[in-house]
Design a protein around this ligand. Structure first.
Ligand code: C2E
Ligand code: MG
Ligand code: MG
Length: 764
């Protein structure tokens, strides 16, 4: 053996100089570095200044004995691992036992056999180094386990011995594991929902050696819960019997939580915690497959909250969010399986609610008994949502509309059903608040047509395809033209002249109404300017405002700017607003109306009588004109209640000092009857249909021919006819306040009936 193979530093502690010399010589001879000490104390001092790799220690020494030195050494952290070989003259069992008891590694008897000594030293050193190596590995393994939060264990079926690492005990919740602890005992701490599966995995491993990885939840000693992932391997002996099972158990709580969070974000709506569109589509796909197999029906509900945007706009998003959460809660509550079945009305096997967009929810009902059951659920949802809710100190009442598409009648794919439920929901919109509607293919065709209109309308304004028609408004008592209503038309390249009812609703839904209204305002102003420049005596023009435009913040500013741009007096413009628009939110409407009045334009309530204005509200609206809806005029001669309403409106107008205009006058008898009731201002095909500007300009220039048989009151008309060019024209609005303002040429047709007396009541 070469010197280098035996590097090691040995300390010999013995009071016998001869023995020291002999031993040192033999050890140096095989390459060890050797130091000597003559007694126990100086030996300990020596160790403190330089740690030997091995100690040769005499038992009997003056001062302290070898046993005491060994014991002292084992107390120190430094000396605990040093291998100690005791040199003893006594080879009786008692002293050997004392040697081991004091912590010696080995012993050798005197006189020393130098060959034997070197072997013993070498062997002890090798064993000690291996021990150190093992300890180092054990420590780094424990470290790795701690970092990975992974414990390891071994179980031997024959001896029922279960050994586990420190980390295993930590990972599994620090439950006490006494010497009798068995592998199966872990089941006591497994989450009850997972215990059955874990027991099955353990049994499979023990009985057939089939080791499957398993993840389960564990209840820790401190009451918390953890998720662990366990893998195992089965070892067999020569006979094929299972000798041991080794396993690792890893704490995957954080990973599971992170995965859950990712899943939440990907599949669920953050605000309401309902499924999002992605997950909903998946659930539907799965559900539809099942329904196809079982040959049963299903339904998709598209649930839309009415005018939700207004809550956000007026009360802020915080309140809006609270309201949406509450809606989500009510939707979920409404269809809880037990609840639905409990009432024994409908029992869809499964109902999955989802949030599809801001104020848009959806519900999938599978295994419906009858398609009608979807309506029962819809009605219940509408009722639940309509209950007042308190959000951020505000009491809100929301209404919902629901569209229903039924599988398989209305489609057999997720997309088709969702699309059809949505168009059904749009259909429900026409039925009013809190309505639900089934999808029909007719409805689908309609929505397709609307979509087409929307796409084409987008470019219509830029392509200059819109035009205004003007319908005369007359004073039937004098036969004078006193104003005109500007009515938009779409000069479509292939469809021809498209009436507003065919595209205004689409424009409203798509947001195209804003540029459309802007165009109408400017076009009316431009036209007035053009007529004024042509030195025509213009009449006021009234424009129609849609609900959406009326709510728009910048509307009055825009109108004022347009009037200035075209140098038009504000009194030449009137805005028509429908009754229903004003009744939606009375306070806001009052503010809006005042804004519009403040720029100097006139205000008319269009289609009056169709809504449900109360007198109290009407008094708050700063209006100039009431327009009796065509519906009452139509049957005024035959329907006594229509006649009564018309009469009441006329009286109301007079009381409130508002001008009353009767719309949709088609027959001279209607006009005479309304004249007899005291309504002199009229509009309708009887006098003139809406006409393009180049035709209307003739009315301005030449006046309008009055229909045959109209009972015109002499006093006004005669003056009017006589004064011809200079006859004072009084606008409807100013008449109401009896303040003449404008000059207008009036031309009465030769065949107009001029009555000297009060017109006779036209008989129905
Ligand atoms: P509206 O404001 O009530 O307008 C009166 C409608 O009745 C006009 O239909 C007119 O042509 C029609 N009409 C007038 N006299 C008679 C009659 O004697 N008999 C019959 N059967 N009908 C008569 P139009 O032009 O199709 O407009 C329909 C609706 O479209 C309007 O109702 C108005 O609400 C809306 N509208 C028209 N132009 C615009 C616009 O520029 N902007 C907005 N937002 N809405 C508009
Ligand atoms: Mg109108
Ligand atoms: Mg009208």
């Amino acid at each position: 053996m070469t010197q280098s193979q035996h590097t090691g530093y040995v300390l010999i502690v013995d009071d016998d100089v001869m023995i020291r010399m002999l031993a040192a010589e033999s050890l140096r001879g095989v390459g060890f570095e050797v130091a000597e000490a003559a007694d126990g104390w100086s030996g300990l001092d020596h160790i403190a200044s330089r740690r030997p790799d091995l100690l040769l220690l005499d038992v009997m020494m003056p001062g302290i004995t070898g046993y005491d030195v060994c014991r002292a050494l084992r107390q120190q952290s430094e000396g605990a691992g040093i291998p100690v070989i005791m040199l003893t003259g006594l080879d009786d069992t008692a002293s050997i036992e004392s040697a081991y008891d004091s912590g010696a590694t080995d012993f050798i008897t005197k006189p020393i056999n130098s060959a034997l000594l070197t072997y013993r030293v070498r062997y002890a050193l090798r064993a000690s180094r291996m021990g150190e190596e093992v300890e180092r590995h054990r420590r780094s393994l424990a470290n790795a386990q701690r970092i990975a939060r992974m414990g390891s264990w071994t179980w031997q079926p024959a001896s029922a011995l279960f050994e586990s690492s420190t980390e295993y005990r930590r990972v599994t919740g620090e439950h006490p594991m006494g010497p009798d602890y068995q592998w199966r005992d872990i089941l006591m701490h497994v989450h009850p929902d997972d215990a059955k599966h874990v027991a099955h995995v353990i049994n499979a491993a023990v009985e057939s050696g089939n080791a499957q990885p398993v993840a389960y939840r564990i209840l820790c000693r401190d009451g918390s819960q953890r998720t662990v992932y366990e893998r195992m391997e089965v070892f067999r002996d020569g006979s094929g019997a299972i000798s041991r099972i080794e396993g690792t158990t890893q704490d995957i709580t954080e990973r599971v939580a992170a995965e859950e969070r990712i899943r939440q974000l990907a599949d669920y709506d953050e605000l309401t915690a309902l499924a999002n569109r992605r997950l909903f589509s998946e659930v539907m796909l799965h559900g539809l497959n099942q329904c196809a197999r079982k040959r049963v029906s299903a339904a998709v509900l598209d649930i839309n909250i009415d005018r939700f945007k207004r809550i956000n706009e007026t009360l802020g998003h915080g309140v809006g969010d609270q309201a949406l959460k509450e809606v989500a809660r009510r939707i979920t509550e409404c269809v809880r399986a037990g609840d639905v079945a409990g009432r024994n009305e409908v029992a869809p096997r499964q109902s999955s609610p989802a949030r599809m967009g801001s104020d848009n929810f959806a519900m999938f009902l599978t295994e419906l008994k009858r398609a009608e059951d979807a309506a029962v659920v819809s009605r219940r949802l509408i009722e639940a949502i309509a209950l007042p809710m308190l959000c951020g100190g505000h009491e809100l009442t929301l209404t919902a509309r629901i569209g229903i598409a039924v599988y398989p009648d209305n489609g057999d794919t997720v997309d088709a059903l969702l699309g059809n439920a949505e168009s059904a929901m749009r259909g429900a919109k026409e039925l009013g608040v809190g309505a639900y509607s089934y999808f029909t293919s007719a409805m689908n065709a309609e929505s397709l047509a609307k979509l087409e209109i929307e796409n084409e309308l987008r470019g219509a304004i830029e392509r200059d395809e819109l035009t205004l028609f003007y319908q005369a408004r007359v004073d039937a008592m004098t036969g004078r033209l006193i104003g005109a209503e500007a009515l938009v038309r779409w000069q479509h390249p292939t469809r021809g002249l498209v009436p507003p009812n065919a595209f205004i609703p689409v424009a409203e839904e798509s947001g195209l109404i804003a540029p459309l209204t802007a165009w109408v305002v400017r076009e009316a102003c431009r036209q007035l300017q053009q007529w004024q420049r042509a030195e025509l005596a213009v009449v006021p023009l009234s424009i129609n405002l849609s609900a959406h435009s009326f709510r728009e913040d910048g509307l009055s500013g825009f109108i004022a700017a347009s009037l200035r741009e075209f140098d038009v007096a504000p009194s030449l413009l009137e805005a028509e607003i429908t009754e229903s628009m004003l009744m939606q939110d009375v306070d806001r409407a009052v503010t809006r109306l005042h804004q519009l009045r403040s720029i100097g334009i006139e205000l008319a309530m269009d289609d009056f009588g169709t809504g449900y204005s109360s007198l109290a509200y009407l008094k708050r609206f700063p209006l100039n004109v009431l327009k009796i809806d065509r519906a009452f005029v139509k049957d005024v001669l035959t329907d006594t209640s229509d006649a009564a309403i018309a009469s009441a409106i006329i009286t109301l107008g007079r009381t409130m000092k508002l001008a009353v205009v009767a719309e949709g006058m088609e027959r001279v008898e209607q006009a005479n009857y309304l004249l007899s009731l005291g309504c002199r201002y009229m509009q309708g095909f009887l006098f003139a249909k809406p006409v393009p500007a180049n035709v209307f300009v003739e009315f301005l220039r030449d006046g309008l021919a009055m229909p045959r048989g109209l009972h015109v009151r002499a006093v006004d008309t005669e003056t009017a006819i006589r004064s011809s060019e200079d006859a004072p024209m009084v606008s409807v609005f100013n008449l109401a306040q009896s303040a003449p303002s404008r000059q207008l040429p009036v031309h009465m047709p030769a065949d107009a009936t001029i009555s000297q007396s009060t017109p006779a009541c036209a008989s129905p």
